[in-house]
Design a protein around this ligand. Sequence first.
Ligand code: FES
Ligand SMILES: [Fe+2]
Length: 359
Amino acid sequence: MATTADYGLGEFTFPRGWFMVATSEEVTNTPIGVRYFGEELVLYRGHSGRVFLIEAFCPHMGTHLAKNSTSYVVRDKEHVEGDNIRCPYHGWRFGPDGRCNEIPYSPSPPPKAACLKSWKVVERAGVVWTWYDAENGEPDYDLPAFEAFDAPYWVNWKIDCLGTLNSHPQEVVDNMTDKGHLEPVHGSVDMVSFENEFDGVVCRQILAAGHKTLAGSGAEPMTNDTWYTGPGILQSVMIGEYPSHMLIAHTPVDDGSVKVWYGLMVKVKNEKPTGADIALAKQYEVAGVDAFAQDFEIWGNKRPCINPMMVKGDGPFDKLRIWYKQFYNPRARAGEFQTRVNGKYTTRGTATAPWDAVA
Ligand code: FES
Ligand SMILES: [Fe+2]
């Protein structure tokens, strides 16, 4: 496994951005332990319905705030009270701002230092998202709106976790510019166009080609518009009889490993999707997971690619890797990397992408 330093990405180990940390349904009034960005964290839903993401270890004596089932704090259902969480060891209680607001046995007020680091959380489209920033700044771009979620005619995604890859996310992000793998891996024969665009925090790919896994052999070419918003959220829109909207979210677990999720929404003919519509969407989703599994198998078994050996006909990996560096360096330098790559790139051997047709 290779690290951020091995790829020479920048001074921060983990990239700045919005990241998925759980599906909505995973987060309940029973706190759970999760690990991201090299840290142990705890996720829970307060009784108001709000979701909280906090550091896992109690400042008093280091107890894990979620991993307990036997303390009477847990048995007597005092673990989450309102939007507060109580430590299973000595019962210190922490509020939604992370501050300790009650020490049940002590006459003195909680020390100021008794404070848990808490993370910014947004719940949207059935997913719990957090903002990571080594500089502790406010978000410098918006979490995508995911407008199709809960919209008429759309069958919502049901997000699947595909597991944790022992690969640096660089290897996953490289896929955006990887024209050369499309035919061998996915059966994207008869490629009409393949083009990338970099625009600030967004990196886009337009592909028009066949796809044996998604559409079968000999089908008409499909057009996919696929884009990263920041380093951890990939969406793809496919035009066709049943338009679909795909999400691939990936979040660093440690330096050199990444957890990956997949979801697909499908637009059907009925404003309020019927059982048959939901079954059709499920079929699409399964085909999409199959296609992604083709990439996953490669990533799961390859060695790190620190320096790609590029030939004519490969996509603009070099530009992509510069784009990706903006998230590993102070935000004051982001513009520097963007200026170096902003623009459109057509990969040799294909026509120009039909940008107007998919705008
Ligand atoms: S270790 Fe958490 S209250 Fe003592
Ligand atoms: Fe792929």
